[in-house]
Design a protein around this ligand. Structure first.
Ligand code: ZN
Length: 429
């Protein structure tokens, strides 16, 4: 077997028109780094002219005009060393149009110095949680090249507008600085939790425009939409999704009331020097559902000098202030109704007179009353946005490893690539 065979096999080069020079592997210093350089020539008998397109019928139709001066083509690294093929390409002269043209190869696109295997390797790296800078460094290309490859992905992506799943989930995440709004919109399948698409901002007009692209049939297919308490969503759903029932996400509901209780506790804590430490330390116990509190194990709590159970601690804390006690009672009732999907309990709690409660809880009450119709659906149907937190963490990771994206489309493309939602395209990049 010839050296040519071995090198071709090792580098996994498919193009048979590339021949490797004997003793052609050298270590060369390029940009201060020792690199592997493999010398090769590209030549074949052309079947047509690249310039005028005429088919060559005999060898008299063209003339070989030697090789070009050669160029360094970046290939995937060998033994962790940046590697290049120094490729000299055959030149031809067409006897019909008297212009010259040069050999082409599938190893590298015309006018490009980065081999297609390297581009493919970048595409594979992009699907992992790695920063673009690292990917560029590992593949011996500039960060701009990596960005161009991401952009080439994005250009190829088209919205499939004929289908939407039965359950949709609307969510948002904090976006990059360049976007119009602070929040970007995240559309998921409400059952599988898979991302369907990402929209730059979540304002009514942009979303209306976005969903209008989908066909009537696709929108009519949607039966449930899980949202958080953001009123433009409701307006949007009423306008575009005639068959969809609105469900307020349970996680957001729980968060709403626990935030109110927590704010109440902090306000009271600041005015109570005696119990400040206790109220500060055991905030988690106050937010816990009453049923989850331990009432049988007596132990020592740091701010108390006697043995107590968790229930005792919470009772002591809420007894320090009437407003806190009443607010705590409402909180527990609402939490119970959410947990056991009991709408009757929810309705009774909303009407019940608890006495003096904190202004924060009153605001939450008003919000719940405003969305009561949809909260009924929350308790009736099992759909929720529970997976969203995972999705948002994922997005945060992508944002962090990239040290912040400035460009929204690139940010979106990267999310979609990592999630495997847009397929590789190794066109000109
Ligand atoms: Zn020609």
């Amino acid at each position: 077997m010839s050296h040519d065979y071995y090198i071709r096999n090792l580098l996994n080069i498919k193009d048979q028109n590339i021949t490797f020079d004997e003793n052609g592997i050298n270590n060369v210093k390029i940009k201060g780094k020792t690199c592997k350089v493999i010398n090769a020539h590209l030549s074949y008998t052309p079947s047509y002219c690249d310039k005028c397109g005429i088919l060559f019928e005999s060898n008299d139709d063209f003339e070989k005009k030697g090789f070009d001066k050669g160029s360094f083509i970046v290939i995937p690294s060998i033994c962790k060393m940046n590697s290049y093929i120094f490729l000299k390409k055959q030149r031809f002269l067409c006897h019909h149009c008297h212009s010259s043209f040069i050999c082409k190869s599938n190893l590298v696109n015309y006018g490009c110095f980065i081999s297609n295997p390297t581009k493919l390797s970048i595409v594979v790296d992009l699907t992992k949680k790695r920063s673009e800078k690292d990917i560029a460094l590992d593949n011996n290309v500039s960060p701009n090249t990596v960005e161009r490859i991401i952009d080439s992905y994005y250009d190829g992506q088209k919205l499939y507008k004929h289908y939407l799943p039965k359950v949709l989930s609307f969510d948002e995440f904090k976006s990059v600085k360049s976007t119009k709004g602070k929040m970007s919109f995240h559309l998921c399948d409400g059952i599988t939790g898979k991302t369907i698409d990402i929209v730059e901002d979540r304002k009514f007009n942009s979303l209306f425009k976005y969903f209008s692209y989908y066909t009537h049939k696709a929108r009519n297919n949607v039966k449930f939409i899980v949202i958080d308490m953001y009123s433009p969503y409701i307006k949007l759903i009423k306008a575009l999704f005639p068959n969809a029932k609105i469900i307020i996400d349970k996680f957001h509901l729980t968060e709403l009331i626990s935030r109110s209780l927590n704010k109440t506790r902090i306000k009271i804590m600041k005015n109570d020097k005696k119990n400040y430490n206790k109220l500060k330390r055991y905030w988690k116990l106050i937010l816990k559902s009453r049923e989850e509190l331990d009432c049988s194990h007596w132990k020592k709590f740091k701010c108390f000098n006697r043995l107590m159970t968790e229930v005792d601690v919470v009772d002591y804390l809420v007894d320090t202030n009437t407003v806190l006690k009443n607010t705590y009672q409402i909180y527990q009732d609402l939490l119970y109704s959410f947990r056991y999907n009991n709408f009757t309990v929810l309705k009774t709690s909303l009407k019940h007179n608890y006495g003096l409660v904190s202004e924060y809880m009153i605001t939450s009450f008003k919000t719940i009353n405003k969305y009561l119709k949809y909260i009924k659906n929350t308790l009736k149907y099992k759909y929720h946005n529970g997976f969203v937190e995972g999705n948002n963490n994922f997005i945060k990771v992508i944002k962090r490893i990239a040290f912040g994206f400035r460009n929204f489309s690139r940010f979106k493309a990267r999310i979609m690539i990592c999630k495997g939602l847009i397929s590789p395209k190794t066109k000109k990049a």
